[in-house]
Ligand binder design. Structure first.
Ligand code: ATP
Ligand code: MG
Length: 264
């Protein structure tokens, strides 16, 4: 019997530098640490998730660009990482031109969804997608393929700016191609408890977004930002650091929500 269809979670926020890639890498690693097979799909032309998991720019082989253009299947792009149970489909800068290349295809929003559905033999339990900081066809492909969105918000003054646009995009994707899509939750990132403004921002976001906001907040933690330069997830680089511990707590909350979303 084939394993169940994977649960697909997109890490998305069109604002740049809010902690999407850090969250995608460490959430995927924490899920893999529980013993389930996890696939991280890098959908950002910057390829930061690929670099952060030790796949150097010169060594990407088949990439998500080849998958979206149907030159290769997704399973051909997948490669193992240093983390047991965690594999990655890497990204290259080629993705920059994907909007133009797919503009004439009527199924352009569904390329990734179809590629994931085509995974037959080695089906992971979870797929985590690292989205680029934009609401272009790459993010639409991620949302069309996903069950739920994990949205990192940076604890800074303009945190919620753009959230309504993301919510509108989610609504459009739900009506057009993916009725199942839900907001999994919002995670506050780069939190510094000593900063009054950060505390005010957190209070505002919780007042506006209510239960959608995870209890766990990811602290500003230098180990989290150092880890990618060693090509490792923070959880492997320094398991004990406050950032790694926060991602472990986030994933335990995420799994609780998965059960509530009826995914178990
Ligand atoms: P982009 O929109 O460019 O893809 P992003 O949303 O993926 O960015 P990241 O790359 O995860 O954001 O983070 C932006 C920068 O902040 C990186 O240098 C990262 O190492 C650092 N960073 C992320 N989270 C934290 C944290 N909790 N504490 C300290 N530094 C962090
Ligand atoms: Mg990123």
């Amino acid at each position: 019997m084939l394993p169940k269809r994977p649960r697909v979670i997109a890490v998305a926020n069109q604002k740049g530098g809010v902690g999407k890639t850090t969250t995608a890498i460490n959430t995927a690693t924490a899920l893999a640490a529980l013993g389930d097979d996890v696939l991280l799909i890098d959908l950002d032309p910057q390829g930061n998730a690929s670099t952060g998991l030790g796949v150097d720019a010169g060594d990407r082989g088949v990439s998500t660009y080849d998958v979206l253009t149907r030159t290769n299947s997704l399973s051909e792009a997948i490669r193992p990482t240093e983390v047991p149970h965690l594999s990655i489909a890497p990204a290259t800068m080629d993705l920059l031109s994907i909007d133009i290349e797919l503009s004439a295809s009527s199924d352009r929003a569904l390329r990734l969804r179809q590629a994931i559905a085509g995974l037959k033999k080695k089906r992971p339990r979870y797929v985590v997608i690292d989205c680029p900081p934009s609401l272009t066809m790459l993010t639409v492909n991620a949302l069309a393929a996903s069950h739920a969105i994990l949205c990192p918000l940076q604890c800074e003054f303009f945190a919620m700016e753009g959230l309504s646009q993301l919510m509108r995009t989610i609504a459009e994707v739900r009506t057009s191609v993916n009725q199942e899509l839900k907001m999994h939750g919002i995670v506050m990132t780069m939190y510094d408890a000593r900063n009054n403004l950060a505390n005010q921002v957190v209070a505002d976001v919780r007042a506006t977004m209510g239960d959608l906001v995870y209890d766990t907040m990811i602290p500003r933690n230098v180990r989290l930002s150092e880890a990618p330069s060693y090509g490792k997830p923070a959880l492997l680089y320094d398991l004990k650091c406050a950032g790694s511990q926060a991602y472990l707590r986030l994933v335990s909350e995420l799994i609780d929500r998965e059960q509530k979303l009826g995914a178990a």
